[in-house]
Design a protein around this ligand. Structure first.
Ligand SMILES: [Zn+2]
Length: 290
């Protein structure tokens, strides 16, 4: 059986594109759309997938990552589905070569350019859902930029734990108005949304919402004057910044895991960044030895 290019019919793609344009025009606003059934379960990135399928053209190069890795099952499945339904596109693991990057839970370490589109898969689009159950009331709070209850929630965290304990989905104010749930990216990635050169689109398939952080737009995590927002610092017990055990870099977001010897080790979460670092390190070594 053959499918139209991009799996969805032209009418469906047009509707998603209209949603994208509206989302860009009102930065951070959640635009409702009629999320289509995809041949995979909702919750497996169908929102991101519909954005990618509506935006991609036959001459584009696509990268799909999950938690920074090109090789995880979810990324491999999404990539092969898009390849199958979009004949002519190229795929890559290189952040630099990609025109469109669809991602779950990470923003690539290498800053993206104006020519690149980042698509983030979103499970829960509304940052206010933790303080208000009614969507109608949440819409009103968003329109009035009333985030006082969200700030109280963060304050309660500080009272209880001495700091804001949110590790993912950190509420972030876009263009001075709407506060978004930036998807389950770590805090590390939040400052990299701020005035980024690229367009970031966020898609929630199950919740039927599209929103955007347009290029060069302010994206500021909620914080208090005396308790500023901070990212993960990856320091060991002596206060030294941990390094990736594979490429030795000390400026990336690290994943922690237990190796075969039972020791805790750290490695770059962004596999393309790690590979690039490793390659340039071995090239320098070769040049020095040669
Ligand atoms: Zn590394």
């Amino acid at each position: 059986m053959s499918y139209p290019f991009g799996f969805m019919d032209e009418y469906a793609k047009k509707e998603v594109r209209r949603g994208i344009l509206k989302a860009i025009a009102i930065p951070g606003y959640q635009v409702p759309y009629s999320s289509r059934e995809m041949p995979m379960g909702r919750g497996f990135g169908t929102g991101g997938l519909q954005l990618t399928l509506a935006a991609i053209g036959p001459n584009d190069t696509l990268k799909v990552i999950d938690q920074g890795s090109d090789d995880s099952v979810n990324a491999v499945n999404l990539r092969s589905f898009i390849e199958m339904t979009c004949p002519g596109i190229d795929t890559t693991a290189s952040t630099e070569e990609a025109d469109i990057i669809q991602s779950r839970h990470r923003i690539p370490e290498k800053p993206l350019s104006e020519d690149q589109l980042l698509v983030l898969q979103v499970p829960y689009p509304d940052a206010l859902v933790v303080v208000e159950a009614s969507e109608e009331k949440r819409k009103q709070m968003h329109s009035e930029a009333d985030y006082s209850r969200l700030l109280v929630k963060l304050y309660e965290d500080i009272v209880k734990f001495g700091e804001i304990t949110l590790s993912h989905r950190y509420p972030t104010r876009i263009n001075g108005h709407y506060v978004i749930d930036p998807s389950p990216i770590p805090r590390w990635d939040v400052p990299r949304l701020h005035r980024a050169a690229n367009l970031t689109l966020l898609g929630a398939g199950r919740e039927k919402k599209i929103y955007a952080v347009p290029p060069y737009t302010a994206a500021e995590p909620l914080e208090f004057d005396d308790i500023p927002f901070r990212v993960e610092d990856f320091r060991d017990e002596h206060g030294h910044r941990r390094r990736c055990q594979r490429c030795s870099t000390d400026d990336s977001f690290l994943d922690e895991f237990i190796n075969e010897e039972g020791d805790t080790v750290y490695q770059c979460s962004d596999s393309d960044y790690c590979n690039t670092r490793l390659l340039s390190a071995s090239a320098i070594k070769e040049r020095c030895l040669g």
